[in-house]
Design a protein. Structure first.
Length: 122
């Protein structure tokens, strides 16, 4: 599921292709998006939390990518599940915020999404 959703983001927002990293990044010269999946519940339709951190020195660019990601992943209630790779999923925004990291002198714009998903019958 994680790889399918990562690939979906990279396909739909091509400028992020190769810029999504699991857990952390060491590339601070370009925009990086760090992702973490956390399981919430199991069953036929599972639920996971996706945390995305947009990391870059320019606040305005972070906010531009935030908007692109929200348009892609903050789905309307009546919108059908997305079928991509080996999963069907539906996601909605659950929170977020921006901080300035003094250590690396970068903004970290965090978004949280709740994803309802299940493996696709193939």
């Amino acid at each position: 599921m994680e790889i399918s959703i990562k690939n979906y983001i990279e396909e739909k927002i091509p400028e992020l292709s190769g810029r999504l990293y699991p857990v952390f990044t060491t590339d601070l010269d370009n925009v990086s998006v760090v992702y973490t999946f956390t399981p919430i519940s199991g069953g036929h339709v599972k639920q996971s939390q996706l945390e995305l951190k947009i990391i870059f020195a320019d606040y305005d660019i972070c906010k531009e990518y935030e908007e692109k990601i929200k348009v892609l992943l903050d789905m309307e209630e009546d919108q059908p599940f997305v079928v991509y790779g080996g999963v069907r999923f539906y996601s909605s925004l659950a929170g977020g915020g921006t901080i300035f990291n003094d250590g690396c002198q970068m903004f970290e714009d965090t978004l949280y999404f709740i994803i309802d998903w299940r493996k696709r019958n193939e």
